[in-house]
Design a protein around this ligand. Structure first.
Ligand code: SF4
Length: 389
């Protein structure tokens, strides 16, 4: 391949492994608004250099453990109130049944999701926990994770702002964990803004959870939400906040870029979805800010164009489930894995099924978890084809 040479000094430097400075990114963004081609080429060149021709995904089952939540975000349709038809409070029996089904569908990941500390706000949640023999949601998740491992799946817990000790305990069974940073903007927590009624989304609080994950060496998934009324500066600051954490601890295993899609039953129902050109520029910026990072977009949120993101720097599709909905975006069905495979191939990339943690993070997990992975792992550290196809 011929060496790329750009008009932008900064992009040329990035291709020669010079780290990009925060103040350079605004200039790159402004130029990209006029014409994004140079930025997209630079991002793709870095992606090929560090990630080759593979694109990964995790074959998962989504366990909607409890969707009561003490907070309220203006865009969220996941959260339920007691009595609503979408209310989910999974019993041990239901978890066990879904684990069996997940295994039958050759899923590899058990994704455990909850609202934010529901027992702090809802009597119903306290009773549900008590009926199942637990005091806190975190205790329940620890038990559910043990069940998943026993069933031959790998847990990945995303339960909002867990405490240090809770995360430490979950690390024993979870090969990775997740929490979206979403944005580091305090402005988005002010009155009238999407995070005003969500104390758990205060940037300081989220950054502390991520900091704790670093101290605990937990392979961590995080990311940003694009299109919720943020400014480009706030997006860039958020990406640099993730980069800073990762430079310090090296435990951020992937960055999800999630494009906002309005939900009819939410306060932000009339807001436009994230503009695709704006979103793509942010995807490409993420690659040049963190050249070696695993960068993910959820394919179901860009159903008509997800494969085009392979040309601008992403290398992962995240979790795709063959049997459970995306409860966070229930109106967007996951594409069929066979179709993602075909579309990835057409774009020139090989689809690989990864574990809920990436091979480069296997050294961060316990020997027991590592041994479990080894049973179904191929020579590249991905799941052997016969265990997921
Ligand atoms: S996005 Fe998360 S924290 Fe916000 S209301 Fe929904 S479940 Fe709760």
């Amino acid at each position: 391949m011929n060496k790329l040479v750009f008009d932008s000094e900064c992009l040329n430097g990035i291709l020669e492994d010079k780290p990009v400075a925060r103040h350079d990114i605004n200039g790159i963004y402004q130029k990209a608004i006029e014409n994004p081609n140079e930025l997209f080429s630079a991002a793709q060149s870095l992606r090929k250099k560090f990630k080759g021709n593979s694109v990964t995904f995790s074959k998962k089952a989504f366990f909607n453990i409890v969707n009561l939540c003490k907070d309220t975000c203006s865009y969220c349709t996941y959260k339920s109130e007691p009595g609503e038809t979408k209310l989910s409070m999974m019993s041990i029996k239901q978890i066990s049944e879904l684990l069996t089904l997940a295994k039958k569908y050759k899923c590899v990941e058990a994704l455990f999701v909850t609202g934010e500390q529901p027992e702090q706000r809802y009597q119903e949640a306290r009773e549900w926990l008590k009926n199942n023999g637990f005091k806190t949601t975190a205790e329940y998740l620890i038990h559910a994770s043990e069940m998943a491992l026993e069933a031959g799946l790998f847990p990945h817990t995303n339960a909002g702002n867990l405490h240090y000790e809770e995360m430490k305990e979950l690390k024993k069974t979870n090969v990775s964990m997740g929490i979206m940073l979403e944005n580091v903007s305090e402005r988005l927590t002010q009155k009238g803004m999407p995070h005003h009624l969500a104390a758990s989304k205060r940037p300081k609080t989220r950054l502390e959870v991520l900091e704790n994950s670093g101290k605990l060496e937990i392979p961590m998934t995080t990311g940003i939400l694009v299109g919720i009324g943020e400014t480009i500066d706030e997006i860039i600051d958020s990406l640099f906040a993730i980069k800073t954490l990762n430079d310090k601890h090296g435990n951020i295993q992937e960055v999800i870029l999630q494009n906002f899609q309005p939900k009819t039953d939410t306060k932000m129902r009339d807001e436009p979805s994230a503009d695709e050109k704006y979103f793509k520029i942010i995807v490409a910026l993420s690659r040049i800010i963190m050249p070696q990072m695993n960068i993910q977009i959820p394919p179901n949120l860009s159903p008509g164009s997800y494969q085009s993101f392979l040309e601008i720097g992403i290398n992962d599709w995240g979790g795709i489930s063959p049997l459970t909905p995306d409860f966070v975006n229930p109106e967007f069905a996951w594409p069929k894995i066979e179709q993602v495979d075909i579309n990835s191939k057409k774009a020139g990339f090989d689809l690989k099924c990864r574990f809920p943690t990436y091979p480069e993070f296997f050294t961060s997990i316990s020997k027991e978890l590592r041994d479990n992975i080894a049973v179904i792992e191929n020579e590249e550290g991905y799941v052997k084809e016969e265990y997921w196809r």
